[in-house]
Design a protein around this ligand. Structure first.
Ligand code: ARG
Length: 459
């Protein structure tokens, strides 16, 4: 069996079952780039302090570059005993360059190494996610601008409430996701600190220049306490919360679109590329993409709660429980990458049916406007609300005729301030255009949102 990095004090062998249980290489191999860059930088820090020679540093550096090449070419061969990415890389390095490989780990521990790898990896991942989320928001803004003239019913309690612009609804989802983008950027700022140089827990005894290492590896600074450096995984929790909340937003958007794509609503039609059929019912076209987005939000939330359960109650400092931090992080990252791209594609290829949206508007939805008409004539709003309510009741008592079918004398029977200009109230366009205070659904205020959102997309 392969010699273990930590085997010196052991005489008995590891149970093969335990070996499988203990290994993390099948998932932490994803951090091979971070692991190698971290090691190269660490070798440089050792050389700068004269702990290794310049020749040794170069040999370590070049050997590590070869190991990286193998990972990238897919030719890295795992051996029995490659417990994790750190041991695998070091094992391979020693095969390539011989015993000088044994100097690399001087003063370093897998504890500060793994914490460094994870932060490095997640930083790069957050850059990819930033790009996908930005692309999704571009689709939202483009559509919102192009379709700004389309009116539809706005809902509360899933009951028809007031006319709105379709773009206004789309942008409402966009703003939630835009806040997620800002949160993503700010959380990277919080976790982008270097743990390397913390040692196993107590710090590094060779005076390595941690600030210089941080700079070289793209970190904004160093973790200020070595115990904290090796054991803090708050950044994983924060990332998983970010991922969960973003998925909740995607899920709510998906839910709206699923509802609107049903024949009962018929407001939108999904492209064939993002729908599937039924093996039994030939007529079916199901919004599977949206349902998966909604479903996967549960999976990401599960990763967050699962991780927090593993993290809670750990004694200081490193404990192997912490190895359970990676799979939820990777799974959430993968799920978000897929979900953001699918959401963008579904939205970009969606067909809207403006005539169905408009057809779902009814003059009842202008009851608020009717009340506001009276407000402009000087009647207190509380009173006008009551009067408009009575008008709705009257139209219902007449067998559900549209509110706009009530005659002027019907209305004047409810309040003397109604005049012939009341007919202007029953105009959806006017209703929407009236809501022109900042953030409202008028055309100008919707287009202003598009402009503001676009500006925020540039970092
Ligand atoms: N594979 C381990 C992890 O993911 C690396 C750190 C191991 N450290 C240790 N002291 N056993 O956490």
């Amino acid at each position: 069996p392969a010699k273990k990095l930590w085997g010196g004090r052991f005489s008995g062998a590891t149970d093969p079952l335990m070996e499988r249980f203990n290994e993390s290489i099948h998932f932490d191999r994803r951090m091979h780039l971070a692991d190698i860059r971290g090691s190269q930088t660490y070798a440089g820090a050792l050389a700068a302090k004269g702990i290794i020679t310049e020749d040794e540093r170069k040999s370590l550096h070049d050997g590590l570059e070869k190991v990286l090449g193998e990972w990238e070419a897919g030719t890295f061969e795992l051996r029995q005993g490659d417990e994790d990415i750190h041991t695998a890389n070091e094992r391979r390095l020693s095969e390539l360059i011989g015993s000088v490989a044994g100097k690399l780990h001087t003063g370093r521990s897998r504890n500060d190494q793994v914490a460094t790898d994870m932060r490095y990896w997640l930083r790069e991942e957050c850059e990819r996610l930033d790009k996908f989320l930005t692309e999704l928001l571009r689709v939202v803004v483009d559509r919102s601008e192009a379709e700004v003239d389309v009116l539809m019913p706005g809902y509360t309690h899933l009951q028809r409430a007031q006319p709105i612009r379709w773009s206004h609804l789309l942008l409402s989802h966009g703003w939630s996701l835009e806040a997620d983008l800002q949160r993503l950027r700010s959380l990277v700022g919080r976790f982008n600190l270097l743990p390397l140089g913390s040692g196993a827990l107590a710090g590094n005894p060779f005076q390595v220049d941690r600030q210089a290492m941080a700079k070289e590896l793209g970190f904004a600074g160093v973790m200020p306490n070595s115990l904290y450096g090796v054991s803090d995984r708050d950044f994983v929790a924060e990332f998983l919360f970010w991922a969960s909340l973003t998925m909740v937003h995607i899920s709510r958007l998906a839910e709206d679109l699923i509802t609107y794509s049903s024949e009962e609503f018929g407001f939108v039609q999904l492209a064939d590329a993002y729908s599937t059929g039924s093996s039994l019912m030939p007529q079916k076209k199901n919004p599977d993409s949206l349902e998966l987005l909604r479903g996967k939000s549960g999976r990401v939330f599960g990763s967050m709660s699962g991780f927090l359960m593993s993290y809670k109650g750990l004694p200081s400092t490193y404990n192997k429980d912490l190895q359970e931090d990676k799979e939820p992080m990777f799974d959430a990252a993968d799920t978000l990458e897929g979900s953001l791209q699918i959401t963008a594609s579904v939205l970009a290829t969606l067909t809207i049916r403006p005539e169905r949206m408009r057809g779902a508007l009814s003059t009842n939805m202008l009851a608020t406007d009717l009340a506001e008409y009276l407000v402009r004539k000087g009647v207190p709003f509380r009173e006008t609300h009551h009067i408009a309510g009575a008008a709705v009741k009257l139209s219902e008592d007449r067998g559900g005729v549209p509110l706009s079918d009530l005659s002027l004398s019907d209305l004047q029977g409810l309040h003397s301030s109604f005049a012939s200009d009341v007919t202007s109230v029953f105009d959806y366009e006017r209703s929407v255009e009236n809501r022109s205070s900042e953030g409202g659904t008028s055309k100008a205020t919707v287009l202003a949102q598009c402009k503001a959102m676009r500006a925020g997309l540039k970092q």
